[in-house]
Ligand binder design. Structure first.
Ligand code: SF4
Ligand code: SF4
Ligand code: FES
Length: 752
């Protein structure tokens, strides 16, 4: 469904298109209704997921009683309308449009990457253009290399789709139109990395003007096998298609009419565990290690089925299951559910995109969850939503979207949550217990401790008056906070009593699936086995453990997404070694393939008893998602008791914030060559002064027992005394870093 459908009064209408009676609802455009009824209207500039661009005129239709052809992509259908989508005159007009598109478009189809899937090529043939009567003076317009993507202005038909996705979807506004008659061109205003916008732009470009630089001239599009799957990197589980030939992934594509991929999803596919064969000795040792393990540590980059296998092993051997990020999220959601009575948050990404106001709390959302950031951007662009970004660090990448930045002190999240809830529920009819909790708050003290001014909150409150459709996006700064459970309960009040669309973004990989399926423990003891985590015996898909395991692009199974959907992932690349299921079978379980566990995923947690092979994986012509299934809503026991807000444990001085840069999520994105980048400790000049560090200096510090050796870099766009420390490059140690994201560390200068 296109975005403009959201202004939908819901009134039923009946119209006739090409003689067919079509029933629909008022508010939809003619093209939407035509598509709902399988009636084809040609377009060149239409992209369902953005607002109508209305630049090509190919979608013209005749409406009885209306003079002149009208644009079906932007005109709303009215009750009783009689519409003709094709006749001799419309055909001729479309032919003329195609002739103009072909003016000076170089005949490069033989070598163009888009050949075989090019809209211009296809429609030139569809409209029988046998000759080209128009010409314009040719001009030299060299190809521009924008890193991941190359732009050939000579092939550009100025349809504007690329500009719209960078504005309306990814939100970095990197691409812009530069008008100038036949010299009109697209300019890339962000020469630094902007993988997401560029990848999206190349995906939606209907011709060969924007192509992936690495893919260019590498193969013919029609030779590639298309394997539908889901992205495993961040918890978004975005729809994607591996395009594969001879056991090599050439590129990732997506159903770009309805979905988007961030740079990690689009370019982070080269992480398979290569050249693995069956090492029987290592396998035997692995089985023994698992049999005798006291604790199994695992990273959340696993499928739901593997999580279930681990759970079954726990039930058999009593081993502890340790997956720290998932555990923190599990506890947070359990506390949240004690207020709402539901196992998970009720919010959806779609509702975020339709909001008039969005509050982001406790996440560097631009880096943590691109797909959620895109939906916040959509709300901003389509509904002029107020976006309040509450965080200890300002994020310049969000500046096009954020209308109010509210900075708070690291560590003060409980107080901030309480202040927020008090402000938003002040005039709402809530139970006496909640009233008492709010009445007991020492607003002045909380405000002083968190550094959130009462006037800032008042400004936020005023900006929300007379608005409807509120979203709250909660992030992983909160899950491992020492007061996480209390924060969860406070924020849950907004879902319960203020009708907020709340989304608690899972912290990593398939953390939501793991949190639902596994009975997780808090601390490892005794002999340990790690699955993509360093341990006494390590199973690793990174190729550096005691027994190799397949990476997620070498496995089939399901993931649970941040939209609470269970989606299938398929095998893109071969794998010759052992898998977790083999170990389980050696321990006495009996499943030929891992996906036999798909139908056994716990129904008590909302999973359906469905065979993996029966899971659908497509979007229909109007964009309805048929990927796997949505988790059923499960009820949980209520316990609305709220504690008094705890005194803040002082958190001043130099602080390090665990945060991966955009497009990096784990050791698996780290090893993808197209995403390669060096990891630094990034801080402001002020941080450098406080810590007495200079730009380029080597330092070392320890978080959760993991020692980081980093080069310190000054980022002049940053302020304050919090530095950013990534963990994606830490391989098997990365999942061990799991405490509250802000930590005070002792920074040692290396070599001094
Ligand atoms: S680069 Fe492609 S998507 Fe962008 S305006 Fe040109 S033809 Fe359209
Ligand atoms: S990393 Fe996340 S947002 Fe990006 S494509 Fe993958 S699932 Fe989607
Ligand atoms: S699709 Fe309507 S003007 Fe291009």
């Amino acid at each position: 469904m296109s975005v403009h459908n959201s202004i939908n009064t819901g009134k039923e209408i009946t119209l006739t298109i090409d003689g067919k009676t079509c029933k629909s609802t008022f508010g939809k455009t003619i093209i939407d209704i035509a598509r709902e009824n399988d009636i084809y209207i040609p377009t060149m500039c239409y992209l369902t997921k953005v607002k109508p661009i209305a630049s090509c005129r190919m979608c013209i239709v005749d409406v009885e009683g209306v003079e002149g052809a009208i644009l079906s992509c932007q005109e709303k259908a009215t009750d009783g309308a009689v519409i003709t989508t094709n006749n001799a005159q419309l055909h001729q007009e479309r032919q003329n449009i195609m002739k103009l598109y072909n003016v000076n478009h170089p005949l490069e189809c033989g070598v163009c990457d888009k050949s075989g899937e090019c809209d211009l090529q296809n429609k030139t043939m569809e409209f029988d253009l046998e000759e080209q009567p128009f010409t314009a003076r040719d001009q030299h317009r060299p190809v521009e290399n924008w890193g991941h993507v190359s732009y050939d202005p000579a092939l550009c038909i100025m349809c504007e789709k690329c500009v719209r996705v960078s504005t309306e979807i990814t939100g970095d506004e990197a691409l812009q139109l530069k008008f100038g008659g036949y010299s009109s061109t697209i300019v890339n205003t962000k020469k630094e990395k902007n993988y997401a916008s560029l990848g999206e732009a190349a995906a939606v470009c209907p011709v060969g003007a924007l192509v992936d630089t690495n893919f260019k001239y590498s193969t013919n599009a029609w030779e590639l096998e298309k394997i539908p799957s889901a992205c495993p990197h961040c918890g978004g589980g975005c729809q994607m298609t591996y395009e594969v030939k001879h056991d090599k992934i050439y590129r990732m594509t997506n159903n770009f009419e309805f979905t988007s991929l961030c740079g990690a999803g689009r370019y982070g596919f080269d992480y398979d565990n290569k050249n693995v064969s069956k090492d029987a000795k290592a396998f035997k040792a692995a089985v023994e290690a698992v049999k005798n393990a006291d604790s199994i540590l695992f990273a959340p980059q696993i499928t739901n089925e593997e999580a279930l296998i681990l759970q079954k092993i726990k039930e058999q051997t009593g081993v502890k299951l340790i997956s720290s990020e998932a555990r923190a999220y599990q506890k947070f959601m359990q506390a949240y559910g004690e207020v709402t009575g539901k196992q998970l948050y009720s919010g959806t990404l779609k509702a975020i995109s339709e909001s008039k106001a969005v509050i982001v709390l406790g996440s560097k959302i631009n880096d943590d969850s691109p797909t959620v950031k895109y939906h916040i951007n959509m709300a901003s662009k389509w509904h002029s939503a107020r976006v309040a970004y509450m965080h200890p660090l300002e994020d310049l990448e969000m500046k096009n979207i954020v209308t109010q930045f509210i900075k708070y002190e690291a560590g003060s999240e409980e107080g901030v949550a309480a202040l927020l809830v008090e402000m938003l529920l002040r005039e709402v009819d809530v139970p006496d217990t909640v009233k008492a909790f709010m009445a007991d708050l020492d607003i002045g003290n909380l405000s002083a401790e968190s550094n959130v001014g009462e006037e800032e909150l008042e400004m936020l409150r005023k900006s929300l008056i007379k608005k409807s459709g509120f979203s709250l996006v909660v992030g992983s700064d909160l899950y491992a906070h020492p007061r996480a459970a209390q924060i969860a309960k406070i924020l849950a009040l907004l879902e319960k009593y203020a009708d907020f669309n709340v989304v608690c973004v899972p912290p990593a990989g398939n953390a939501m699936g793991v949190a639902l399926i596994c009975d997780l423990d808090d601390e490892a003891t005794g002999k340990t086995v790690g699955y993509n985590v360093a341990a006494d015996f390590t199973l690793s898909a990174l190729g550096d453990g005691d027994l190799d395991m397949p990476a997620l692009n070498q496995q089939e199974g399901t993931l649970t997404t941040n939209d609470k959907r269970v989606v299938p992932m398929n095998v893109a690349l071969p794998y010759g070694g052992y898998v977790l299921n083999d170990i389980a079978n050696a321990l006495g379980f009996n499943a030929e393939y891992t996906i036999e566990y798909t139908k056994a995923l716990p129904s008590g947690k909302g999973f359906e008893s469905q065979e993996f092979d029966s899971l659908p994986d497509y979007f229909d012509t109007v964009g309805t998602e048929h990927r796997g299934y949505l988790l059923a809503k499960c009820e949980t026991a209520l316990n609305e008791t709220l504690e008094e807000v705890a005194e803040l444990d002082g958190f001043d001085g130099a602080i390090v914030y665990q945060c991966n840069p955009k497009e990096q999520f784990s050791a698996f994105t780290a090893i993808c060559e197209p995403l390669a980048e060096e990891a630094f400790l990034l801080g402001s000049q002020q941080f450098a002064t406080v810590t007495k560090l200079s730009d380029g200096e080597s330092v070392s510090f320890t978080v959760d027992g993991v020692t980081f050796k980093r080069v310190f870099k000054i980022d002049t766009s940053m302020k304050g005394t919090i530095a950013l420390n990534p963990s994606y490059d830490m391989g098997l140690s990365a999942p061990l870093v799991s405490s509250y994201r802000f930590s005070r560390v002792e920074i040692q200068k290396v070599g001094s």
